[in-house]
Design a protein around this ligand. Structure first.
Ligand code: ATP
Length: 234
């Protein structure tokens, strides 16, 4: 479904991503784990057209993606929930959700998806007229995910959804991620919380300083002694 080959990303003199290969198949939850600065966010940004790779190819459903604009990538069915959520604080919850669908013309479909988002995140319905900036961290994460779902994506790119959340909310967010996937959306998840990420992942890649150093099923990596030492606290 999604294939990244020999991807390089440079920021001036900084070579952040150094020739990585990643594949995401339809229906999977694939996770990318690794320390701060390994290059995980850069890969998601390249996928959604926010940074241009210096080398390499990204194909999606057989079409080359890396020359397309961020808008066209979204239209093609890839939706990005960025690190730090990036919701519009002064706009209402509903306005934020509507923005997620701004490229769509199918009014009926949008209405149906709004209902589905409200059903998945009832708190967003309760707070629909409230300024998004007044939501708690967990609610803002739900809003960011809801906004991405309003584009009716085939693939959801999630960047650190658990960041800054209390453990009980982290569990909730991960159970929502599993459920979104079970209802048919393929997921590429970047996480620092390796334990939770591996527990939901079909497959996983481990990144260190711009390179993939290990890959396997979520279970294989969770069982690996090396991974346990480096990422799971022993
Ligand atoms: P984190 O989990 O901390 O977000 P990450 O694995 O997602 O880390 P990236 O954010 O992709 O890593 O960053 C990879 C490297 O590229 C880092 O060394 C970072 O400082 C650098 N970098 C990222 N964005 C830029 C930028 N716009 N300009 C210069 N350097 C950048």
């Amino acid at each position: 479904m999604l294939k990244i080959e020999n991807l390089h990303i440079k920021y001036g003199a900084i070579h952040a991503v150094k020739g990585i290969d990643i594949e995401v198949n339809e229906g999977e939850i694939v996770t990318l784990i690794g320390a701060n600065g390994a290059g995980k966010t850069s890969i998601l940004k390249a996928l959604s057209g926010l940074v241009k790779p210096s080398e390499g190819t990204i194909t999606y459903d057989g079409k080359v993606l890396n020359k397309k604009s961020a808008q066209d990538i979204m239209k093609a069915g890839i939706s990005h929930v960025p690190e730090g959520r990036r919701i519009f604080a002064d706009m209402t919850v509903l306005e934020n959700l509507e923005l997620g669908a701004y490229q769509r013309k199918d009014k009926e479909g949008i209405k149906k998806d709004l209902e589905a988002v409200y059903e998945r995140f009832p708190i967003l319905k309760d707070r629909s007229k409230q300024a998004a900036g007044t939501l708690s961290g967990g609610e803002q994460q739900m809003l960011a995910m809801g906004r991405a779902l309003m584009a009716n994506p085939k693939i959801l790119l999630l960047d650190e959804p658990s960041m800054g959340l209390a453990p009980i909310l982290v569990k909730e967010i991960f159970s929502i991620i599993k459920d979104i996937n079970a209802k048919g959306t393929t997921i590429l998840l970047v996480e620092q919380n390796a334990r939770m990420a591996l527990s939901v992942a079909t497959r996983a890649y481990v990144m260190e300083t711009g390179k993939i150093v290990m890959s396997g099923t979520g279970q294989e990596l969770a069982d690996s002694e090396e991974i346990q030492k480096a990422y799971l606290g022993g």
